[in-house]
Design a protein around this ligand. Structure first.
Ligand code: URA
Length: 288
């Protein structure tokens, strides 16, 4: 029997897991984590020495060893913890830039992304989610990050939020063949958390190249995370949304508009009228 204090402790721990986004204890299919041996996720990624920031030598930061106390027992040292070091951030961004620049087509960009190990999200995701829709399109939609359904299928916006997005687009006469849909990161963040700025930054060179190759007339940013990242602003989505802006992203000048994320609209149906206004602005910008 658990006593009251222990029960409260365990309940608090579960609540914490839920709050940080852990919503699944087991998957449908077993994962053999041991098959990876003692290698960290992303271990195949090699940062170039030039790009890596110079760190002080380890000796410079190591504490001065103290003399052993006579008669004291030497403590048993535990085996070193398995470490999961992220790739050196600047080096990963530089490697992404080089890789993305060399992709001449979307297929090449997809293949390059599939090989790229510089984004730590890849380690926990099942599949790469590159894009769905047309390879060349007048409208490009950019969301936050793949969720569970997207991760399973390997395509962006295929879950409930995606179904609502399709209905919203259909309302302004846009179908799958008129749009190109992607996210600011290409792998599902664990527990559906918002991608970190670092994760989005590492994926950014691929997104910029993708925009160059799709050559859209208009970019629609879905939700605060995508809008803030692409527009490089800190305001909340309610302030950013609904305005057409001319932006420069990578080598491309393009019009962009931010709107509310379909997942937010599922939770807050009253906000759909704002999204509808944004869709009408999009429609008139397309001259439709
Ligand atoms: N939410 C997103 O931002 N992107 C997806 O692909 C799915 C849900």
């Amino acid at each position: 029997m658990l006593d009251k204090a222990r029960t409260a402790e365990l309940t608090a721990l579960l609540a914490w897991y839920r709050d940080v986004g852990v919503d699944q204890a087991v998957e449908d299919a077993p994962t053999d984590w041991l098959a990876r041996g003692n290698l960290p996720p992303g271990h195949a990624f090699r940062a170039s020495a030039e790009a890596a920031p110079q760190l002080p030598p380890r000796e410079a930061v190591r504490a001065t060893p103290t003399a052993p106390i006579p008669g004291a027992q030497t403590p048993q040292l535990a085996a070193p913890r398995r470490q999961f070091p992220a790739a050196v951030p600047d080096a990963a961004v530089m490697a992404a830039r080089t890789a993305a620049r060399d992709a001449a087509t979307l297929e090449e960009l997809g293949a390059t992304l599939a090989r790229f190990d510089g984004c730590s999200l890849k380690a926990t995701a099942k599949n790469l989610c590159f894009y769905r829709g047309a390879p060349k399109a007048r409208v490009m939609l950019i969301g936050e990050a793949p969720g569970r359904d997207e991760d399973l299928e390997g395509k962006p916006f295929v879950g409930r939020a995606g179904q609502l997005l399709d209905k919203m687009l259909a309302a302004v006469q846009l179908g799958e063949s008129d749009v190109h849909i992607t996210n600011i990161v290409y792998w599902r963040p664990p527990g559906n958390r918002t991608p970190t700025p670092q994760e989005a930054q590492v994926c950014r060179p691929f997104l910029e190249r993708q925009i160059e190759l799709v050559a859209p007339e208009l970019i629609v940013l879905l939700g605060g995370a995508a809008a803030k990242h692409v527009l490089d602003v800190t305001d909340g989505i309610m302030r950013i949304r609904g305005k057409l802006r001319d932006i420069e992203i990578g080598s491309v000048r393009v019009r962009a508009i931010a709107t509310l994320h379909p997942a937010y609209l599922l939770r807050t149906p009253a906000a759909k009228r704002l999204a509808w206004r944004d869709l009408l602005t999009l429609k008139s910008a397309l001259g439709a």
